[in-house]
Write a protein that binds this ligand. Sequence first.
Ligand SMILES: *Cc1c(COP(=O)(O)O)cnc(C)c1O
Length: 423
Amino acid sequence: MERETKCIHAGYSPKNGESRMIPIVQSTTFKYDSSEDMGKLFDLEADGYFYTRLANPTNDYVAKKICALEGGSAAMLTSSGQAATFYSVFNICGAGDHVVSSSTIYGGSYNLFAVTMKRMGIEFTFVDPDCTEEELNAAFRPNTKAVFGETIANPALIVLDIEKFAKAAHAHGVPLIIDNTFATPMNCRPIEWGADIVTHSTTKYLDGHDSTVGGCIVDSGKFDWFAHADKFPGLTTPDESYHGVVYAEKFGLEGAFITKATAQLMRDLGSIQAPMNAYLLNLGIESLPVRMERHCSNALKVASFLEQHENIAWVNYPSLPGNKYYDLAQKYMPDGTCGVVSFGVKGGRAAAEKFMGKLKVAMIATHVADARTCVLHPASSTHRQMNDDELIAAGVGPDLVRLSVGIENVNDILADLAQALED
Ligand SMILES: *Cc1c(COP(=O)(O)O)cnc(C)c1O
């Protein structure tokens, strides 16, 4: 099946007389005929559901769909993108371990790594995504367990050279984890470029309608845990909390990572997505191909319009010819990047605030990547505590406006921008 077809059909095929749409299994628990049947589930000897804190059929239909889209071997939904990021790293790292991460990642991921996971004893080295191979290799330590990056960084809109990061990760015997939220599997499949694990905030384009917070982890099934067994004892030595199961042995390279994350992390931390939310997410994914096409074509028209406008100082959009990341974007995302454009209004902070106040179609919101065009001025909202010098150092100048271009008729978006930019 092509990706457009997978968005509709993958993950669930009803049998004779069954519901055509995925059923919402709104049940905390599942019934068994005997204690012996149930015991087999607890020993991971049999497949099945027993409690929705760990797994639920509705979630699994949707996870399988995203897995098929990314070209992975196994996948799981989580309650948020933050939970997906955390689980993807924590599943193979513990106190005393180290991770190499691109420095231009989503602010929430940065805080999770630099503050919260640091408190758990996991250290991160942040590298410039544009660094040389030598610089990247120099960031590794004997206790490095993973490399992390983002396909298109939110909000910096920097395109990651996935092959460069995959090569360095594999040379050091560790997997590459890629957050593919902004590109979506319609525009980029990181596994095809060497990524081992892919994460998503499904809250963004995958849901696409501003209605459910969620996340997903997809495993490629390609990383050979046994080839680096000493680095990954959690996958290659017995788990005493499941009667000595060795995940990579019992579930193979295809199933080990996701089974371990479900059996241990969902069991103990419980960041499960509600089945009702998974149902809504699935509805969103069905129209992902048509929405992404429109997001990208609208955003390119908006970026070109802004670039020509006399009151605009600069425009950043990776699909715009002349952009610093244009060539990388064409290589990894030839069909388009995403709907998010950032730009500077001439006249700095005051001009940016005045411009935003005049917008009528574009709504002021901290959200990005959904059907409605929305706009944010970080200097007066998310980065409000910083002065102008600090803002510039953080790469979010006082004039920066982040515009998430929606799927409305582009003429309405352009007219809105034009009237708001009038002197
Ligand atoms: C929003 C976002 C996240 C966090 O996802 P939530 O669903 O808000 O928890 C992670 N990565 C990227 C790139 C994001 O845009």
